[in-house]
Design a protein around this ligand. Structure first.
Ligand SMILES: *Cc1c(COP(=O)(O)O)cnc(C)c1O
Length: 235
């Protein structure tokens, strides 16, 4: 699987180039290697190249992989968060990318309190208003932000989005701009810092970085094509 080493170095180079183009520090972008559907062996291969942060989107798949791998690796949960999985997910993951309702945030906080945890979360925004996707509508998020900020125990890092699928990566740019502008509005309106923007996948992470992404979720460009789909939402 030496393609993983080569792919990783290409992705890192493209991240560095996108940072340079947009006059950002290269370490202002965190690469999350999305390892869903790939075996623990592939993750070891990436870890041997210094990649320590991985993204998984299904608890049932992630749990055995995480427990078979070194504890020095870090994990972000990027899939749709189901209430009945929160108790299993919280202890395994450093951050949750798809918090998509106030009720789920409150429930997650109650579990976090019971476990003595302070989870880091991203609020997912459905920038494209697609019926098939989870996330807050932008106006809904503005209405609920005050209540979300008052939920104890959750550290809201920022916003996350999965824009509508497009053939051309450039077409994603307006959605990334929309997420950044929503973040800026929320920071001004509520007097808070929301430093993180989780946006950009294999097809468009360079553009996401140009528009301010701090976390890019890159799977197939590192590990190769996935043999099967998870979630029914994303390949
Ligand atoms: C699968 C997935 C990714 C990675 O997708 P690639 O196109 O393989 O880079 C990113 N984000 C989420 C939420 C995903 O489910």
């Amino acid at each position: 699987m030496d393609h993983i080493a080569a792919n990783l170095s290409e992705v890192r180079q493209k991240i560095a180039d996108a940072c340079r183009r947009s006059r950002r520090e290269p370490d202002s972008v965190e690469l999350i290697a999305v390892s869903k559907t790939f075996p623990a062996e592939a993750i070891r291969e990436a870890a041997a190249c210094g990649q320590m942060l991985f993204g998984e989107s299904r608890q049932q798949e992630a749990e055995p992989k995480i427990s078979s791998l070194p504890g020095s690796l870090h994990w972000h949960f990027i899939g749709r968060l189901q209430k009945n999985k929160v108790r299993k997910i919280l202890p395994l993951f450093d951050a949750i990318h798809a918090m998509d309702s106030l009720r789920l945030a409150e429930y997650t906080a109650s579990v976090a309190e019971e476990f003595g945890l302070f989870p880091k979360v991203f609020l997912q925004v459905n920038v494209g208003g697609e019926a098939s996707k989870g996330g807050f509508e932008p106006e809904e998020l503005k209405r609920e932000m005050e209540a979300l900020l008052s939920v104890q125990r959750l550290e809201i890092l920022g916003l996350m989005t999965i824009p509508p699928a497009e053939d051309d990566a450039e077409a994603a740019r307006p959605w990334f701009v929309a997420l950044r502008e929503l973040r800026d509005d929320l920071e001004r309106g509520f007097g808070v810092r929301l430093p993180a923007l989780s946006m950009g996948m294999s097809g468009d992470y360079e553009i996401a970085i140009e528009e301010g992404a701090t976390h890019v979720r890159v799977g197939s460009a590192i590990f190769g094509k996935r043999a099967y789909r998870v979630d029914g939402e994303l390949g």
